[in-house]
Write a protein that binds this ligand. Sequence first.
Ligand SMILES: NC(=O)c1ccc[n+]([C@@H]2O[C@H](COP(=O)([O-])OP(=O)(O)OC[C@H]3O[C@@H](n4cnc5c(N)ncnc54)[C@H](OP(=O)(O)O)[C@@H]3O)[C@@H](O)[C@H]2O)c1
Length: 276
Amino acid sequence: MSDSPANRVNATTIGIIGTGSMGQALIAGWSNKVHRIVAVVRDKPKYAPLEAEYTEHLLTVTEDRAVLTECSVVVVAIKPQMIREILHEFSTFIAPGTVVISVAAGITTEFIGRVFPNTDQIIRAMPNTPSIIGKGVTGVSGSPECTRESLDVACELMSSVGVVVEVPESQQNALAAVSGSGPAYLFYLAQYLLQGAHELGLDPATAEELVRQTLLGSADLLATSAMSPIALRQQVTSPGGMTAAAMQVLDDSHVGPAVVAALARGTERANELGSP
Ligand SMILES: NC(=O)c1ccc[n+]([C@@H]2O[C@H](COP(=O)([O-])OP(=O)(O)OC[C@H]3O[C@@H](n4cnc5c(N)ncnc54)[C@H](OP(=O)(O)O)[C@@H]3O)[C@@H](O)[C@H]2O)c1
């Protein structure tokens, strides 16, 4: 068997600290790719039912942190604030050379490396929630000491929940503002499209179908068309027509600059989360 990243991942036992929405999305994505996952939790009865969702012995849920010593890859998927408070409690269970992948917003590889001195193979990854259905996009960066081999393992793992983009770590917070938080911007638009549809008198079921299908169809069109977003928008906008009138309201309300400012504030907040 060749020593490709896929084969290395296949032979790996993965440990995961944090089995919330992102941790569970990752476990689901990896379920056909790895032979064993151990989820270290602080409340076993809460998470034990997850074991039954996968083929026998694939997932072990445990409160025993010592199992992490058996894992050649450990994924950190707890909240950034919790990382500062409790990650050091796992440090003695990280075996030398373990590939550690942190998905926490704002937390640097340098910080994780200080908490886990047994290894310098630290990778920062920023997925997003469409990973739950295998349609995520993940930005991946390695610590300066991280080998290509470790990065390949991380990319192989993250590719099971969507597309992977490698970026310098200095761009991780900007990437997090665009694609990590990105789904929230689309869902915000969906929320107000629904509210507007209700206020115009459309019944809730019809409004729901119109909004979901419009966003889905438009996203597919954007993904598959060679046209730019501006050209696609112009295609819907006849001069003097109803879309032009509606878009004028958005322009007058400075919605475009507000989106740009939102990305800047998100990036700034990620910087704050990463600051000691
Ligand atoms: N959600 C997203 O869109 C997204 C996108 C990209 C990256 N991320 C990153 O993913 C990380 C997790 O986010 P999330 O949305 O999945 O949060 P979440 O749903 O709140 O999950 C956090 C998990 O951490 C667990 N946890 C807390 N303390 C623990 C401990 N001492 N031992 C073991 N487990 C512990 C929690 O368990 P309890 O239930 O026991 O509290 C919970 O399962 C964050 O760092 C975030 O920045 C999230």
